[in-house]
Write a protein that binds this ligand. Sequence first.
Ligand code: NAP
Length: 287
Amino acid sequence: MKSTILDGKITSGKIKSEIQVSIQKRVQEGYLAPCLATILVGDDPASHTYVNMKIKACESTGMKSKKISLPADTTTSQLLETIEKLNHDNTVQGILLQHPSPPQIDERLAFDTILPSKDVDGVTTFNFGRLAMNSDTFFPCTPYGIVLLLQEYGIDLTGKDVVVVGRSPILGKPMASMLTNLDATVTLCHSRTKNLPDIIKRGDIVIGAVGKPEFIKGDWIKEGAIVVDAGYNPGNVGDIELGVAGPKSSFYTPVPGGVGPMTIAVLLLQTLYSWEGRFSPPLKAEK
Ligand code: NAP
C-alpha cells in the first residue's frame, strides 16, 4: 500500500504565509501588528526551547511577541497578577502560559484567569465549554492543528472510527470532542483502558497522545488506517512505532515534521483571529 505523508511542515508553512499576508495588509492600513505574550515560570530547558520556537515563529510572520520569564519560586498570586496585567494590556492580543508550571502553582486557576478572548492557546475552561458546544472558540492548538492537517489532505471524518489514545485536557480530551463534532465515531482510551491493542486494531484513524516513546505498536494498526502521532519524546521519537505503522498506513504524520509544526501555526492563527476581534470558527463536518 502506498502511504502518504501528512506533511505538517508544508501545511504549517502555508498557514504562516497566509497569516503574514493578513498582517502586512492591515499594518499597511495603519494598525499595530498583533502581539503574543508568553509567560514562562521557572527554568525548565525544554519549556525554554518551546517558548523560543513560538517567539521565532511570531517574528517570521510579522507578529510581535512579549516574553515574560518568572522565577521558579513564583507564587500563584504573583502569576495571576501578571496575567491580569496582560488581560488589560491593549497591545497584547494573545496570552500563552507555558505548561507545565512548577508544582506550587495552581495551573488550572492560572489558565482560567486568562481572558477567554486572549486565550489563543485554548486552555481556559470557558473555551473548552464552547468547543464542546461546537461554538466559535479558541481550540487547544495541537488537536486543532491535527484537524487542519487532516482537512488539508481531504480526509473526511464522517462516520470514521477514530481511536484517540490519551485523555489530557490539552490534547486527547479536546481531540475527542472535536472529532465528535466532525461526525467521527470516537473511542477515547487512557491508562485504565482494557484490551488497547484490540481497540486500536478497529480504528480507521489512530491518534497517539500518550507521552511514551513508540508505545503504540505498529502491528496494532489496521492495514490502510490513518496514523496521527501527536507524541514528541527525546530523540525525535513519537508515541507510535512509525517504522512499522507508517508503511502499512494510508496516511501518516512523521515525527518530527507532522503535528509539531501545526501546533505552532495554530497558535499564531488564533492570535491573528484575536487581533481581528474573533474566535476560530466552529468545526464543520462534510455533508
Ligand atoms: P499527558 O498529560 O501526560 O497525558 C498522557 C495521556 O496518556 C493520559 O491521558 C494517560 O492516561 C495516557 N496514558 C498513559 N499511559 C497509558 C497507557 N499505558 N495506555 C493508554 N493510555 C495511557 O500528555 P500530553 O500532554 O497529552 O502529551 C501527550 C504526548 O503529546 C506527549 O508525547 C507530548 O510530548 C506530546 N505533545 C506534543 C505537542 C506538539 O506540539 N506536538 C503538544 C502537546 C503534547 P491517564 O489519563 O489514565 O493517566
